[in-house]
Design a protein around this ligand. Structure first.
Ligand code: 13P
Length: 249
């Protein structure tokens, strides 16, 4: 079912004391919207964050995982390891993973399969680079990212997938896609799903926007009919800013 979600991607920020302080800040905020709220701390702090937020409505999620169940993959973390510390949802395909760690659509298809096989929910990220948008290729880039990583799935698998459109040129730059640009792309994403899986999958898909969402622009972006929430980077590192965005719904 289509939901409103606001997820904070902390990226490689916050050691344990900083994680504790930010969680304390989050606990002191009041939620006035009915959006689902999630935070994604680093691997080392997942268990602590999960324990701290066990009684709250904030879900703790992971930023990444490996596709294998276990084995000789030094430095990696598997779905079952995440699940064993209470994590049910994982972000996959973030543009920083694609750019700095060479994650391809083919690799991401395997990660998606592994997460779903472990009954996890996936927040699948994709988005064009500035050069793609300048050359008018943003729709074909996004369409290919979705097709290559997800279109081998059955329609029923999509109930455990959330999509996150994050134009690379808007991440951490302070430059947001305009609400109209976000709406146009989200409508295109829904149309792409509809053409393969039909309207039930397309209409029920939760599609988040990510890229310089801040308290002062969240309301306008979230007011667009095909924008179901946000994946928040920088502004999720301050409890008040994050909850101002959560409450923008
Ligand atoms: P910013 O909100 O810092 O632009 O980051 C967006 C993002 O990458 C969320 O995953």
């Amino acid at each position: 079912m289509r939901k409103n979600i606001v997820a904070g991607n902390w990226k490689m920020n916050n050691d344990l004391p900083q994680t504790e302080a930010l969680i304390d800040g989050l606990k002191s905020q009041t939620q006035t919207s009915n959006a689902e709220v999630m935070i994604a701390p680093t691997f080392t702090n997942l268990w602590h964050a999960f324990e701290e937020l066990r009684q709250s409505k904030i879900e703790v999620i992971a930023q990444n995982m490996h596709f294998a169940e276990n084995g000789a993959y030094t430095g990696e973390v598997s779905a079952s390891m995440l699940k064993s510390v209470g994590i049910q949802t994982v972000i996959l395909g973030h543009s920083e993973r694609r750019a700095y760690f060479n994650e391809t659509d083919q690799l991401l298809a395997k990660k998606v399969d592994a997460a779903l096989a472990n009954d996890m929910r996936v927040i699948f990220c994709f988005g064009e680079e500035l050069a793609d948008r300048k050359s008018g290729n943003e729709e074909s880039v996004v369409e290919n990212q979705i097709k290559n990583a997800l279109f081998h799935l059955e329609g029923s698998a999509f109930k455990n997938i959330v999509l996150a459109y994050e134009p690379v040129w808007a991440i951490g730059t302070g430059e947001t896609a305009s609400p109209e640009q976000a709406q146009d792309m989200h409508a295109f994403i829904r149309k792409t799903l509809d053409s393969k899986y039909g309207s039930e999958v397309a209409d029920n898909m939760t599609i988040l926007y990510g890229g310089s969402v801040k308290p002062n622009n969240a309301n306008e972006i979230f007011s667009k009919p095909d924008v179901d929430g946000g994946l928040i980077g920088g502004a999720s590192l301050k409890a008040e800013d994050f909850f101002a965005i959560v409450n923008a719904f």
